[in-house]
Each structure stands twice: as C-alpha cells, then as structure tokens.
Design a protein around this ligand. Sequence first.
Ligand code: WT7
Length: 680
Amino acid sequence: MPSQVNSACEVACAEDLTYPPPPSLQGDAHVPDFNTYKDLYRKSIQNPQEFWMDVASEFYWKTPPSGKLFDYNFDLTKGKIFVEFMKGAKTNVCYNVLDRNVMEKNLGDKTAFFWEGNAPTDSSVISYGHLLKEVCKFANILRKLGVKKGDRVAIYLPMIPELVYAMLACARIGAIHSIVFAGFSSESLCERILDSQCAALITADGVFRGEKLINLKQIADEAMERCKEKAQLVVKNCIVVKHLNGRLNNQHKAKLQTAWNPDVDSWLDELMVEASEECEPEWMDAEDPLFILYTSGSTGKPKGVVHTVAGYLLYTALTFKYVFDYHDDDVYWSTADIGWITGHSYITYGPLANGATSVMFEGIPTYPHVGRFWEIIEKYKVTTFYTAPTAIRLLMKYGDQAIQKYDLNSLKILGTVGEPINSEAWLWYYNVIGNRRCPIVDTFWQTETGGHVLTPLPAATPLKPGSATFPFFGVVPAVLNEQGVELEGEAEGYLVFKQPWPSIMRTLYGNHDRYENTYFNKFPGFYVAGDGCRRDKDGYIWITGRIDDMLNVSGHLLSTAEVESALTEHPAVAEAAVVSRPHQVKGECIYCFVILKDGKKFTELITQELKKQVREKIGPIATPDFIQNAPGLPKTRSGKIMRRVLRQIARNEKDLGDVSTLADPNIVEVLFSQRCEAAA
Ligand code: WT7
C-alpha cells in the first residue's frame, strides 16, 4: 500500500518548500546555524592554511605539516594537472584511526562496529581495541608474505569485519588497497587486478545475500586464472577468510567445493593464530597513495581513481563530523557497501577517524523481511542513518505498516547519496522514517571527490527537498555554460569546481593523461564533475544528472560503452547501443538496442543469453532491463550514434528535437514501432 502521509500538495510543491533545521539539534551542534556555516565557509576559502592546520592538529604526525599546504595546477593550458596537499608531512592513516583512538583517547573499549550479519541471528561487536589488534595481526601477515609499501593489494570481500581489517592492514604497511565490490564478476575483478598489477588478493570462501549463496573463492579463482591467461600475471598470494563456517546447511555444503592451490592460497584464520599483535606502522608521505578505487568511465574501461594519505584522512574525518553532526554517543549506520566509495569514506575512514560507533550490515534490505532496516535501527538505537534513494524508493513500496512496528525514535539525522532524490521519496523519508523531526542531508559527491562536496549541514542549512544545497568547507563550485563562461545567480549548466579540496583524486592509476582529459580538458582551469546542475534564486544547487554517456542504476555509475561491449561480444550481435530509461526503484535502468548479424534471428533465447552475458561480464548490477531488436540505429552522417534519439525512443517520448543531422530518418519510426514495453 502506498504511503498516505505525503499529501498530494506536499509532493507537488515540494521543490518550493523549505524545511528549517530542528531547534532540538541546534543546541549542541558543531555548526548550529546558517550564519556559522557561512563564517566557517568564508574562513575555509579565504584562509585555507589556518583552516586545515586546525583540522590537522587533531591528528598524529610523525613529521607535522609545515609551509604552504596546497600546491596545484587545474589549468591544462599551463601544464600538467596536479594537486598536492601537505606534501612532506608524514603520518599513517591506520595509526590515526586506531592507535590514536585507543592510546591517546582511551577508546579501546568503545564499540567501533556493531556487525549485523545477513541472518538476524548473526552478529558481533568489535571494539576499537580489538580492531587494532586484528589489524596489526593482518598487517604482519601481509608483511610476512612480502607485501611492501606501494604494492597493490586487491580485496574482494563481502561486508564482514575482515574487510575493514584488510583495508586498514594495507594502510598500516603502506600497501595500496584496491577493493573490488564483491558483486562484480570474475572478469571485472581480473581487469582491475591487471590494471594495477596487484601482488595479492584477499577474498572469502563465500557469502549469503539473502538466501543466495555466492561462492566468492570460485569467482576469485576464475579471476586469477584469467589474469594468467590474459597477461601472464600470477597473483602470488590469495588470502581466504573462512566466513561460511557454521553458516552452511548440508545442502549448501554439498554445493560448495572450495578449490585450493596450496602454493597460492592460505586461510586467514590459520595465519592469524601465529601473527603478532604489534606492528609498527609505515610512516607515509602525505601525498603517498592510500588506495585505488575503480569507477566506470565513459570509454568502458574502468578508471583507477587514486586517493592519497593526508588529504583523504582530513577531509573524510571533517565531513563525517560536520555533515552528520557527529557526537560521542551517536550510533551511525551507512547501508553502503565498502566496495564503493561511500563505504570507504563513511564506513571505514571517516567514522573511525572520529572514534565513532557504526553499524556494519552484511545483508540486504528485504531479507528476511522488508522491515529489516527498521528492525536494525531499533536494535542498535541508530541515531544517524545514511542510505541511497533507490533503497528508499524500494522500501516505500511496501507501505508504512512495515515501519510502524518499530521504534525509530533514536533517529536524529538522515542522509542520502548516489543520485538525485525525487521529492516523493524525500518526503516519505522525512515524514515516515524521520517522523518530521530529522533533517535529511542530501550529499552530492563522487568516487573522485573522496568526500561530500555539496551538502547541507543538519543543524544549519534550511533544506529544499531534492537539492544538495551548498558547498562544504574548502569547496568552490561554479556553473558554466557550453562555452565555458561562468554563470552567476540563477543559472543552469555544467557543474565544475574551481580549486582543489584535500580529498580530490590525484590521478588515475597508471594513466595520468586520461585523468587530465576526462576531468580537466573541457574547461581549462576547472575540475568537471560530469553532472549538470541548476542554481536557484536562493543559491541552492540542484543536481540535474549526468551529462556524459553514463547510467546511474541504483546509485551506481555504469558506462553505456561498458554494457555495449559486453553485448557485442555475443556471437550473434553486430552492434549495440545502450541508453538509460527511468525506473521506479532503480532511478535509471538499462535499455539496449541490438543489431543482430545477418542471418541471426532475434528470439527470447537470445534475449536471455544477452542478459546473462552482461551479468557475467560486468556483474548483476548491469543486467539489462530491456533489449530491443533493432534493424538499424539512428546515426549522424559521420556515423555517430544519436543517443539522445534512442533515449526518447526508450522513454516513448515523441519529441525528438533537431534530427536534421540523421543519416536515415526513417529508422526512428521503425524503432518506435518495435519498442519494448515490458522488461525483458
Ligand atoms: C555520481 C558519482 C558518491 C558516492 C556514490 C556514487 C551521482 C551522487 C548524488 C546526489 C545527485 C548524485 C552524480 C555523481 N550522485 N550523489 N546527492 N545527488 N546525484 O559515487 O559512483 O562515483 O557516482 O553519482 O551523478 O557524479 P559514484
């Protein structure tokens, strides 16, 4: 049953409504009102040196930062693009998020994570003290296996504590972690291992997602095999977490055969028994890489976004503190997976840097029932809840009864991330989940930005449903028109940033040219986000969505080229073009046009094969919703596919705009007449 709480009027006028911060939050908030935000913002821009040195003073430095903090060039016409922050200072991120909390702040007994398993009966509590010990042991294991500072380590793990141990162990010894979301296919994993030439791989025997058992070790084996075949890369060490122990019934046991190569594979628990709990951290330069995280690129080849030590630590720590107005007794929960940037910044590094207590959830929102999220909020008395619009839209469908059973009064602040939130979902989140008491921080950012760049502050910013509002400290956005002219006041155009903030990406791993071309080539002097935006009369920024060939499915970016190349690898396919189509829950879904080779017949079987193909090549998140048989594609005379036209066909929108450059205008009618109405 749909929600009864949002009145039709409220939904219709939502974008004109303003929601002031609740006075109850303002009393002891870090930024208690809008004027304080403006003052701090001004300081962060006018005197970044002092602003960031204040932040730095909270952390431990082997060699403290000194001299000029930022050095950078954003203008390709003047030379190479680079960003440096606190270069020459020395520290260690793991030391700062663990040892500093345990030794200096006495938080050894404080809970770092309430781990909640896929099954509601499966949970554990991890203190800061315990976390530090486990991380040190893991770090010693990696060192013993020969992993050194600067080596890349691939991590392919589900949402289990060992994922946090593994990433922080890398950070401790200066190895660069490259976490691959455990929903990616073996081919995607292989591609990422190869791109950054990983020395080791950390995975698990398997994991349950809902009732489904996923054999991660088998996928990891296939990926390693593929690495050998494709590029003679031999992964020397594969460390395997024994996660399924005690979680399998006999039927599962029969199905799950973990292949074992004793030269490469080792069980983590066996190595841990012998490992020492003491491990001297590697002291890193502020500008040494901390991790690589791959994100989709419009050419189809994923981009290895590189983040560095000090800027990333300071920025994720500060955004976590201010955007979620963090206080010591809060219980924070982000439902993201650590395999994405949200989990890196706002499950691991940001919360731990603040000594926060978080929930870490292995499962899915609908298992074993659709009230699971609300049950977990009640169980742990969550105060701060951060999720994606797609999850909100999904849970909204089940009506308000699924929620009324649970006590959600612990909640103080709600957040969203990943895609623009529609006003209906915003209002439902605000009215039903937050009971009109909790501000919603709609945080706009990217894998590339490392942390929130446009966001409300919960006690300071009057909210407008669907707007990411204003820049965070140190961030200077601008709106440009097609000619690159900066637009003032009310305007719509390209969202760009005029200067670096500490956690902006430094390069794409092994491909600095691509970094420069993708983000800095279009408008010299600006970082181009790839999103369009609108600034309203009150200065609020509204993200209008991607302006490149990217799809945003359930808050995850995919490139059309990536899906197209998976489709064209099928022997029957001659050509493919992929566009997005609006979807009630996922935000956008994938609509494919395929041209079959001569003599091939379009059948239900081919549709199913193509879907499977994409799932296997990329992963389940990329599964196409619609596959349309296309005798031809709308192309310009120079042969460029007019995706704009295909998007309109997928949406059944007849208004095509200017099609005078089409080589064969007739194809449009044909494609309209053969549209897919129902999902494949
Ligand atoms: C793209 C970045 C940042 C973590 C999750 C996604 C879209 C992200 C918002 C928001 C409107 C948003 C943008 C952005 N996006 N947050 N609050 N409002 N759009 O990380 O995979 O790097 O994707 O997600 O299009 O460019 P990502």
